[in-house]
Design a protein around this ligand. Structure first.
Ligand code: LLP
Length: 386
């Protein structure tokens, strides 16, 4: 065992694979519970898009969270993992008819609706089943988040949500419909947000909108503020559990809830990122002209975040204790963007060494692809490897 990894067990497994430290996941969930315990009107839904590994989902469900889904497949995964349907919210700008029908059949808690045409279809499909669908509107709050451009979603020019100006009109349309019940408002400003000021800006915007609705004597029962809390990719060991205290405090202190209102959160990355690592083997060390390459058996097909977002994942040689040397750490895929890191200091790498890419429990395994006819990586939890 070097550090936190059961290396003996790893040696028996086919690489690359994802390893989830169940202790870290449970401690993270315990922290979420602790920070929300005094607020029975707070409801945390886990954003299944971050990681839908059944074993991971089951641990999350055991800890009482609801599920935030963005596809029929995710609804099925959540149900299979035992999440109660009345704790499932369903978002997404492009819900297919079959996906809406699936949500209706399960009587999920709420559809987060992103456009009037979608609202019309939900109303129609619910009518055909003789049901009334709970809906919340995803409002685009026009609040920027200080994060990567590809994962900010709350600005006016994003495809997501209904614009601020359209809110009143859309609410009126919903109130006229027979087969939808207007339940609340939904927001999400982006992901990997570490500046609590961004959440505070969202609170201020929601407060304004609530005033506007209140002036029309409308008080919605549910407010859903989405997810977005970021994690420390640089220091996964120093800060394995994100700062949930400050995160929830931002909402507790700045969001003005009316009596009886319920507040929903959709956290993905902050729940699962730090418990997961991609474990891969060094295939070759290749001497270039001016640098050395460590060529791994994992590539961008297994963990696409570095190639897609230039994201940093801490890389560690978990086999070797030898003095460090600098490597460009790359995968085997036929793409020049298949690079995990450049000039990375690693304990001297030899063929067969196990290399861990840390903080990969969110948007890792779930975003893997079969490009180059590669097999999808499997995921194991520490519970299984004892
Ligand atoms: N709610 C909605 C409506 C969302 O769109 C998202 C994420 C979440 C909740 C969860 O956000 P989180 O708590 O995980 O930040 N693949 C990218 C991240 C995409 C996030 C998409 N939406 C990445 O690897 O960084």
């Amino acid at each position: 065992m070097k550090g936190i990894f059961p290396i003996n067990k790893f040696n028996e497994l086919q690489t690359p694979f994802y390893y989830y430290d169940a202790r870290v996941l449970r401690e993270t969930l315990a922290c979420v519970k602790k920070e929300t315990a005094q607020f029975p009107h707070y409801h945390v839904h886990y954003a299944v898009k971050a990681n839908a590994n059944m074993k991971v989902l089951s641990i999350i469900r055991e800890n009482g969270l609801g599920a935030d889904c963005v596809s029929g497949g995710e609804i099925r995964a959540a149900i299979k993992a035992g999440f109660p349907a009345d704790k499932i919210v369903f978002a997404g700008v492009g819900k297919s008819d079959w996906e809406i029908n699936l949500g209706l059949d399960y009587n999920i808690f709420c559809f987060n609706v992103e456009s009037v045409p979608e609202l019309e279809v939900i109303n129609e499909l619910a009518a055909a089943k003789g049901k009334v669908a709970n809906v919340a509107f995803r409002i685009n709050p026009n609040v920027g988040a200080h994060t990567h451009a590809n994962i900010t979603t709350g600005l006016a020019e994003n495809k997501f949500g209904i614009s601020l100006e359209d809110m009143d009109r859309v609410v009126d349309i919903a109130l006229e419909m027979k087969n939808v019940k207007f339940l609340g408002l939904h927001f999400h400003i982006g992901s990997q947000i570490l500046d609590m000021g961004d959440f505070l800006a969202l609170c201020n915007r929601i407060n304004e909108l609530q005033e506007k609705l209140f002036a029309r004597r409308i008080i919605v029962k549910h407010i859903n503020v989405g997810g977005g809390l970021g994690i420390d990719y640089d220091h996964p060991n120093r800060q394995p559990i994100p700062d949930f205290k400050r995160y929830f405090a931002a909402y507790t202190e700045h969001l003005k809830l009316r009596p009886g209102q319920e507040l929903h959160f959709e956290l993905g990355r902050s729940i699962t990122a730090q418990c997961g690592s991609l474990i891969t083997k060094a295939l070759y060390v290749k001497q270039g002209t001016n640098k050395k390459f460590a060529i791994l058996d994992a590539g961008m097909t297994d963990l696409i975040r570095p190639a897609l977002y230039q994201a940093y994942h801490k890389i560690e040689n978990i086999t070797s204790e030898e003095p460090v040397e600098a490597y460009d750490v790359v995968g085997p895929i036929c793409e020049s963007s298949d690079v995990f890191g450049k000039a990375i200091d690693l304990n001297k790498v030899r063929r067969g060494d196990l290399i861990a890419l840390r903080s990969a429990g969110a948007y890792g395994e779930i975003m893997a692809s079969g490009y180059n006819c590669r097999e999808l990586p499997l995921g194991y939890t520490s519970d299984e490897l004892v």
